[in-house]
Design a protein. Structure first.
Length: 435
């Protein structure tokens, strides 16, 4: 996590001051529940809330931790400095450190998910707008990087919209998966704390009680969360790669917006490079880098070890901050992407009708020619286009074997672009609904 690829809305979630504020709220709500059960005096629970407007001194907590070598104890010691040692003596009653740490982490991940969902909404809106704008803008579809058959730029945007919309649904499920808390004590048995405390704390923090915890919340939940971020990052890269290919000089069907005063190269003044989408490809790798460690965190010794702890301190802020930045950058790229319809048509016509080969093949089979012979006839003429720069339609019209099965008018009709776009509205209705 570096400032260059970070937005303050997300980084704030992972600031130490935010973490300590969440720890405080967890402890204070737990005291309320304990007081309601008669385990601790009400006045002590009320005293903890006197620190609600306090600014927890991160440097002071770090100073204490340097001695105690324990972050939660350092925080509790600092909290006692705010509310008084006697008043704070019942704080953390029956709890273990992971009750605070895990519940806090899930609150942070839940808040991060909310920001990421908003980011995806912004990206989806941009993709939808551009899809509708270019619904009928014809371009060549490619398989293996080679010209295949006509499609539209609108369909390209629409398929990215559908992919990201699936990602949004997965993220909602991941948020639900991670929205649990645990206040269950040293090995999760509630031996020293009533389950009602957990229920109260979770309700106040917007969580559900963990079904069964040990000393920790099970890490399969976190693995699913980070895996979801990895899939979203891969979808983001899928879009970025398409834009990078479209911006290649030989293709130039679209390009990133090039602002006034922008420079593309320190050596070559003519350059206009796809730097934003290249950057997005790299950022996607960083997000995916967190997935395998999250998976490996699932397996812990017995009721708990801390092999997961150092990993999560790194991957939680890194993955969420990076993906937040990347989704916002991608939304901006899509919003300002410059489209060149004329170049799309020029590219499609570069091989003079070759992309209509399948229509001719099918027409020949429907006219009674065997598939093997039809393929041979079409490929024979197609190779002349590849190798000699001939016009595909003219070669077909000059081929006696072809014209013995198809009339000139039937051949001519097979070169109608509208044939390939006749179901665009049907696909759009599937993607965007009937609006």
């Amino acid at each position: 996590m570096i400032p260059r690829y970070a937005r303050p809305e997300m980084t704030d979630i992972w600031e130490p001051a935010t973490k300590f504020r969440i720890w405080y709220e967890i402890e204070a709500h737990a005291c309320d529940a304990q007081a309601e059960l008669g385990v601790i005096p009400k006045e002590n629970a009320e005293a903890v809330w006197t620190a609600k407007d306090a600014v927890f001194d991160v440097a002071r907590i770090d100073e204490i931790e340097a001695v105690t070598k324990h972050d939660v104890i350092a925080f509790l010691t600092h909290l006692a400095e705010h509310v008084g040692a006697d008043q704070a003596r019942f704080v953390h009653q029956g709890m273990t450190s992971s009750d605070v740490l895990d519940t806090c982490l899930n609150v942070q991940l839940m808040r991060a998910a909310d920001l990421l969902i908003a980011d995806m909404d912004k990206l989806l809106a941009a993709l939808k707008r551009r899809a509708l704008e270019h619904k009928d803008t014809v371009r060549i579809g490619r398989s293996h990087g080679i010209h295949a058959e006509p499609t539209t730029m609108g369909l390209t945007f629409a398929r990215f919209y559908a992919e990201m919309e699936r990602g949004r649904r997965r993220l909602l499920a991941a948020r639900e998966e991670i929205a649990t808390g645990a206040i269950s004590g040293a090995v999760g048995t509630f031996a020293n704390i009533d389950p009602a405390v957990e229920e109260h704390v979770c309700r106040q923090m917007g969580l559900k009680p963990e079904t069964i915890s040990t000393q920790v919340i099970p890490r399969d939940r976190h693995a699913m969360f980070f895996a979801t971020l990895g899939v979203i990052a891969s979808s983001m890269e899928n879009i970025a790669i398409e834009i990078r290919h479209m911006q290649r000089t030989e293709v130039l069907e679209a390009e990133e917006f090039f602002s006034k005063g922008q420079k593309g190269s320190s050596a070559m003044p003519h350059k206009r490079n796809p730097v934003l989408t290249e950057n997005l490809t790299g950022l996607a790798r960083l997000v995916r880098m967190t997935v395998v460690p999250a998976m490996e965190n699932v397996a812990l010794w017995h009721e708990r070890d801390i092999s997961h702890s150092s990993v999560e301190r790194g991957i939680a802020p890194d993955a969420t901050v990076t993906l937040d930045f990347a989704l916002n950058r991608l939304a901006g790229v899509i919003d300002k992407l410059v489209i060149y319809p004329e170049n799309m048509l020029a590219n499609m016509n570069k091989f003079k009708g070759l992309v209509m080969s399948q229509r001719v093949l099918l027409a020949l089979t429907q006219a009674g020619v065997s598939r093997e012979d039809a393929y041979r006839l079409v490929q024979r003429n197609a190779m002349k286009v590849w190798e000699q720069g001939k016009d595909f339609k003219e070669e077909l019209l000059a081929d006696a074997e072809v014209t013995s099965a198809l009339s000139p008018a039937e051949i001519e009709e097979k070169f109608d672009l509208g044939y390939h776009t006749k179901h665009v509205d049907t696909i759009f209705a599937r993607v965007f609904g009937a609006e």
